[in-house]
Design a protein around this ligand. Structure first.
Ligand code: NDP
Length: 234
């Protein structure tokens, strides 16, 4: 059955792989993008998740074209890495505003229709770093840990309404976000990963699609690591 799926930040990286996985399974997929040319094959809506008005407009367009969102994947996220001593308040607040409050904005707007439909699937993209911590990423790790408390609270609030809230915590994935690391940093990371390599975005997408499938109907409030063993189940 074709569902109305929204993937935030679905124009590249992990989000694009997730969008493709749902589209390949026959779902109607909307993606958000901020600038440039979005990839073909999806309903692409321009939306910056730090702006509630843009979130509202994006949902209106998706609802008109695909109907209410039944599966929401909150994937959009940023990093602004710096040691605490050098981290500005602006860099802290802007990472929280995108990764955590931005997720709140899109989840809250999706919830209305999910409550009415008495069903819904929400998957939040966190990070292994949210659970293990990471020097130089206090803002990012705090935002990603925040998603776990957020999802688990909503799983409790809305569990009886047939809406599931789960978190996927990827390890290191080969995308633009990790391209900025030096060869030395990449080697250092790989040395800590039992799988001995980075993930491909499609490997994250597979877990997301499972959590949104009928097979995962009794899974809510879970954190699923897709990290090659880096977090050892955390
Ligand atoms: P990319 O940097 O490749 O892509 C980030 C995506 O988020 C882009 O689509 C970007 O849109 C979007 N985005 C950022 N800020 C906003 C905003 N304010 N409003 C709307 N969209 C926004 O990252 P990845 O694909 O690697 O990461 C995707 C998610 O996975 C992120 O949440 C990230 O934290 C998480 N993750 C990534 C890991 C990795 O190793 N790569 C590991 C663990 C988690 P635009 O193109 O317009 O900038």
């Amino acid at each position: 059955m074709s569902r109305s799926v929204l993937v935030t930040g679905g124009n590249r990286g992990i989000g694009l792989a997730i969008a493709r996985a749902f589209a390949d399974a026959g779902d109607q997929v909307a993606i958000t993008y901020r600038s440039g040319e979005p990839p073909a094959g999806f309903l692409a809506v321009r939306c910056d998740i730090t702006d509630s008005e843009q979130v509202e407009q994006a949902y209106k367009e998706i609802e008109e074209k695909h109907g209410p969102v039944e599966v929401l994947v909150a994937n959009a996220g940023i990093t602004k890495d710096q040691l605490l001593m050098r981290m500005s308040e602006e860099d802290f607040v802007s990472v929280l505003d995108t990764n955590l409050t931005g997720t709140f904005r899109v989840v809250k707007r999706a919830n209305r229709a999910m409550l009415r439909a008495k069903k819904g699937r929400v998957v939040l993209i966190s990070s292994v770093v949210g659970l293990l911590g990471s020097a130089g990423q206090a803002n990012y790790a705090a935002s990603k840990a925040g998603l776990v408390g957020f999802a688990r609270s909503l799983a409790r609030e809305l569990g009886s309404r047939n809406i599931t809230f789960n978190v996927v915590a990827p390890g290191f994935v080969d995308t633009d976000m990790t391209q900025s690391l030096s060869e030395e940093q990449r080697k250092g990371i790989i040395a800590q990963v039992p799988a001995g390599r980075y993930a491909q975005p499609e490997e994250i997408a597979a877990a997301v699609r499972f959590l949104a499938s009928d097979d995962a109907s009794y899974i809510t409030g879970a954190v699923i690591p897709v990290d090659g063993g880096l977090g050892m189940g955390h």
